[in-house]
Design a protein around this ligand. Structure first.
Ligand code: GLN
Length: 271
């Protein structure tokens, strides 16, 4: 009979990833794995582990294999239809939450919501906010709706390209977005997890600025006076996003650094 210890020792995966896969296959806490590492395993269990291990060795992201990723303290379902929520995007949510403090019943818009991580985190932290989220991809919206339902968040979802999804909607106090901002010729698109993520969530297929530009230029028509816009962007895009916001009618423009010290979120006030 095979055991956890035996199968694990023979595995080429790092220990943490092995443990995550075992926890997923056996549906047990990590402590269980340590206490039971010499228990005999059924051949079906070993086969299930080996199938997931093979996916991981072929490069599939852990988040897609497990179908889950933690973000802002909540577990989000993820599938290859959505971008995997990233720690640096918590900066966008925290920036939005700080700005929402000034409002009693704010209206918030998340453009290109993907898994819904941003919109749902905002709705859970700010139950008095009306949160609207859009995505071009119906498959992504299905994941986002499922997350909102499971986590108990009140978010209205609309399908369409950026503001086109919103026809007939009212004004917003705050717009947030983590749009595709990677340049089509950036070699990172061919590396690591990015190879498996939806390409339209990563890049605009051009210089990486077209979605940021569309969102900045269109925001004025959808914001209340003094409404705010915050966008996540690439490591070298802060200055150009600031310029875009300035030429789109924003003031008090600022960029904020992520945990790695890289300017990652830029926003301002519309007036
Ligand atoms: N932050 C992601 C990355 O660099 C990109 C996400 C995006 O384009 N919005 O991997």
């Amino acid at each position: 009979m095979e055991t956890l210890r035996g199968v694990s020792l023979a595995s080429k995966l790092p220990r943490l990833e092995r443990q995550m896969l075992w926890q997923h296959v056996l549906q047990v806490p990590r402590s269980w794995l340590i206490a039971h590492d010499t228990d005999p395993l059924s051949s079906e269990t070993v086969a299930r582990f080996r199938a997931l291990e093979a996916q991981r060795l072929a490069g599939a992201p852990m988040a897609y294999i497990l179908g889950r990723r933690e973000f802002m303290g909540h577990d989000f379902d993820v599938s290859p239809a959505v971008l995997i929520p990233r720690p640096e995007t918590e900066l966008l949510v925290e920036t939005a939450l700080a700005s929402l403090k000034a409002h009693k019943a704010p209206r918030v818009l998340d453009l290109g919501t993907g898994s819904g991580a941003i919109a749902i985190s905002l709705a859970l932290e700010c139950p008095h906010a009306t949160v609207v989220a859009t995505d071009l991809s119906p498959d992504a919206l299905a994941v986002a709706r499922q997350n909102a339902a499971r986590l108990g968040a009140r978010v209205e979802f609309f399908s369409g390209s950026w503001y086109d999804a919103l026809s007939g909607h009212k004004f917003f106090d705050l717009i947030v977005s983590n749009p595709p901002y990677i340049s089509a010729c950036d070699s990172h698109l061919q590396e690591g997890d990015l190879r498996f993520e939806p390409v339209t969530a990563l890049t605009d297929g051009a210089d990486g600025l077209s979605a940021l530009r569309t969102i900045a230029q269109g925001a004025g028509q959808w914001l209340t006076p003094q409404g705010e816009l915050y966008m996540e962007h690439g490591w070298d895009q802060a200055q150009v996003v600031q310029d875009l916001l300035r030429s789109s009618g924003f003031t008090q423009i600022a960029s904020l650094p992520d945990l790695a010290g890289i300017d990652r979120v830029t926003g301002g006030i519309y007036n």
